[in-house]
Design a protein around this ligand. Structure first.
Ligand SMILES: [Zn+2]
Length: 112
């Protein structure tokens, strides 16, 4: 997995939600890792996959804004993301540094 990003070798990862992406990224070059390649447990992979499939439920695509209650939905997603990041940190302890990058889309678009 560490060979798959443009840094050649990275030990600096982040968990971040995005549309049609996997949950683990290189924190330096922003390469998106295939979740299958990440050396974590299958259970945690499944949890991350489910988490990221719920990303953006707060986006109103037609109006390019957010749905009512979208800020709260995004916040809940961020809380779950942080919990999952802690699990990833535990499984990769001593091998990779893992940080969490919360989504701010709803917050930024809340007043539109
Ligand atoms: Zn990289």
């Amino acid at each position: 997995m560490v060979d798959l990003c443009s840094c050649n070798k990275t030990f600096d990862l982040k968990v971040e939600g995005d549309i049609a992406a996997d949950a683990i990224w290189c924190n330096r070059c922003y390469s998106n890792f295939c979740i299958e390649e990440v050396p974590i447990s299958i259970k945690l992979k499944m949890e991350l996959t489910e988490w990221i499939s719920n990303y953006g439920k707060w986006i109103d695509w037609e109006n390019e804004g957010i749905i009512p209650n979208g800020v709260a939905l995004e916040e809940k997603h961020n809380i779950e993301g942080l919990k999952l990041t802690e699990k990833v940190q535990k499984e990769l302890e001593g091998k990779y540094k893992v940080s969490f990058s919360p989504s701010t889309f709803a917050k930024r678009n809340a007043n539109n």
